[in-house]
Ligand binder design. Structure first.
Ligand code: HAS
Ligand code: HEM
Ligand code: CU
Length: 557
């Protein structure tokens, strides 16, 4: 008797797909890859917490920095980038005609392959202890040249994906000349444009400085130049994580709560401001470094405070969306609308908790950016606490929330009440874990405990001994978070077994007429021109100065 065989694809996808199978598969491949990185990164994270808490020693001669490199790379570079590209491709497909153009599809898959190859090579280098340089790969710490080549693959792969999105957007505008482009697609274009301009910096330092130096073709490296190019990229990197979360907050959440997007033009303007001001601000990571005249640091700090403005606009716009919706349901009083929000829906709950945490997270950022206070917190665990709130909570929880409708929509299934409940439990575990991890990180950072340091009491120095209870609390938080990672992975696998059915891809509608959005918002030459001007103002003179008066080159370390 013939045995009926079912391919893997047949088990994953049902017939109720929102998209064509190949398009759904492209997004899903990115999302699954991202969560595999989250799992591995989570293992590293919890071990780090336990080491710093003095609770374990690492086995098999794994070094603390090796682990920390794996964690930073897998979480900050791999989990984020793969999720973001998968999510944005799905939104581009949904809003620009329901189907990817063949060229965009090809670029998307080529990007995926290059990025995946880069990730595998980089991970192998880290596991072999050939790339213990942390995710910021500061010179003069030297990794195997293959690690830098892997990073280049990751970046070039992401460019191809970006070109795929630009192409879809451009073709759509050609066929719909008089129409306003869909908000999701516009935001995805801004995000990838910012990424493209920012990654030029990291591509330059990797190709011109790190690869020749690590192969031994040149003997020394200019540390100042490499760090400056890194942070020219490094700050927009954090906005590359944030903007897709903002896309969810602006475009998806209003639909999920049953309301409307407060204002299309405000949303677009905030994204354009983020594009302008995200890049010329890298010096706020170098405030404590010698060799950059304070006037340039000052100018970039002013620009840093400018980039806070579109985030405040976002907060305003979200409040307005929520309040307008609540009042339309009959809410009374100043905060009566709060109880009309769908608290029991994980698609809302997880991203909303992300928004809420972004208030203290952003406030911490403003503290970091203030020169004098940066002197107190720089290189302490305070900074680690800051970004576990921003990227590892606000952004990560938003991505988790997206996953609970994206996977059902991409596989042709419906979210069951049980999965929804597990999702809410997962979100609460994450919040509790982060409370115990990030809270003590902030506190002990103010007491002076350094980041990027394995367990030590500095020969029983009284201050360092006093830090220990906080480090233990961090470890407890890390263990709770790890349970959150494992439950998230369980949920993803379990979602593939949910009943078949149609899940809508939630795209919000705007409260105002499309004519209200200025045409200028899509004159890209204007915005790119302004970005270039701002970058030149912030960087041209101090960077030229670094090139003309180089510090003595550094030998590898
Ligand atoms: Fe940061 C270091 C400054 C935002 C990530 N940051 C880092 C590092 C990372 C990172 C990874 O100036 C470490 C890099 C390394 O390894 O060395 N950061 C800022 C500033 C902001 C900021 C001014 N950071 C982020 C975001 C990140 C991120 C976003 C990732 C996603 N950061 C710094 C500085 C350093 C730094 C220094 C260097 C420190 C050092 O010395 O090393 C701002 O953009 C923040 C603006 C945000 C707000 C909040 C707006 C609130 C919203 C939510 C509304 C809520 C609603 C719900 C509507 C002002 C939008 C409410 C409902 C109710 C019912 C109440
Ligand atoms: C660093 C724990 C999730 C991004 C760290 C540190 C710990 C930690 C203990 C190192 C502190 C130090 O010695 O400086 C955890 C745990 C997590 C988690 C237990 C959850 C299970 C995440 C996520 C992200 C992230 C989701 C980003 C999406 C980072 C980055 C660093 C870091 C970028 C800095 C690495 C470096 O300094 O080179 N984490 N983390 N973490 N974490 Fe996490
Ligand atoms: Cu920054």
């Amino acid at each position: 008797m013939p045995v009926e065989t079912k391919s893997l694809a047949d088990t994953v996808f049902t017939k109720d797909l929102t998209f064509e199978r190949t398009d759904a598969a492209l997004s899903l491949a990115h999302i699954f890859f991202a969560f595999a990185a989250l799992l591995l990164g989570g293992v590293a994270g919890v071990l780090q917490g336990l080491v710093r808490g003095g609770m374990i020693e690492l086995p098999l001669s794994i070094g603390y920095y090796q682990l920390l490199t794996a964690h930073g790379v897998l979480m900050a570079l791999v989990f984020t980038t793969f999720f973001i590209i998968g999510f944005m491709y799905s939104g581009i497909t949904k809003t620009l005609g329901g189907k990817l153009l063949p060229l965009s599809r090809k670029l998307g898959w080529s990007g995926f392959v290059l990025m995946a190859a880069g990730t595998v090579i980089a991970t192998v280098c880290i596991l072999l202890n050939q790339a213990t340089v942390l995710y910021t790969f500061y010179a003069p710490m030297k990794a195997s040249p293959y690690f830098y080549i892997a990073l280049a693959l990751l970046v070039v792969g992401s460019w191809l994906s970006g070109f795929g999105m630009f192409y879809s957007y451009k073709q759509w505008r050609k066929t719909n000349p008089s129409k306003l482009s869909p908000l999701f697609a516009f935001m995805a274009v801004v995000t990838m444009l910012m990424w493209l301009i920012a990654t030029l910096g990291v591509a330059a330092t990797v190709l011109v400085q790190f690869i020749p130096w690590s192969f031994g073709w040149v003997e020394t490296i200019d540390v100042m130049v490499s760090r400056t190019l890194f942070w020219y990229f490094g700050h927009p990197l954090v906005y590359f994580w944030l903007l897709p979360a903002y896309i969810c907050w602006y475009v998806i959440i209003p639909k999920i709560i049953g309301g409307k997007i407060f204002s299309d033009s405000l949303a677009r303007l905030s994204f354009l401001l983020l594009l302008l001001f995200s890049i010329p601000v890298g010096f706020h990571h170098q405030l404590m470094e010698p060799g950059i005249p304070s006037v340039w640091k000052y100018i970039q700090v002013v620009l840093t405070f400018m980039v806070v403005v579109p985030s405040l606009m976002t907060a305003f716009s979200l409040f307005a969306s929520f309040e307008t919706f609540g009042r339309s349901k009959g809410a009374k009083g100043l905060f009566g609308w709060v109880k009309f929000l769908p608290w029991k829906d994980v698609r809302f709950f997880a991203p909303f908790m992300g928004m809420l945490i972004f208030i203290p997270a952003g406030a911490g950022g403003i503290i970091n950016a203030s020169n004098q206070m940066n002197g107190v917190v720089h290189n302490t665990l305070w900074v680690t606490g800051h970004f576990h709130l921003t990227v590892a909570t606000s952004v990560a929880m938003t991505f988790f929330g997206i996953t609970y409708w994206l996977i059902p929509a991409m596989t042709g299934r419906v979210l069951t009440p049980r999965m929804n409940r597990l999702g809410i439990i997962q979100s609460i575990i994450w919040l509790v874990g982060m409370f115990f991890m990030s809270g003590p990180m902030h506190a002990v950072g103010l007491l002076g405990s350094p980041r990027r340091t394995a367990y030590t009491t500095y020969s029983d120095n009284a201050d360092a001994v006093g830090w220990m209870p906080y480090h233990v609390a961090m470890a407890v938080g890390g263990m709770i978070l790890f349970v959150g990672v494992v439950l998230m992975i369980y949920n993803i696998v379990a979602m593939l077994n949910m009943p078949k059915g149609h899940t809508e891809y939630p795209i919000g509608e705007t409260a105002e007429a499309p004519e209200n959005t200025p045409k200028l918002f899509e004159r890209w030459s204007v915005w790119i021109g302004l970005v270039i001007v701002l970058i030149l103002i912030a960087y041209a003179i101090p960077f030229a100065d670094m090139l003309q008066n180089p510090a003595p080159g550094s030998k590898p370390f």
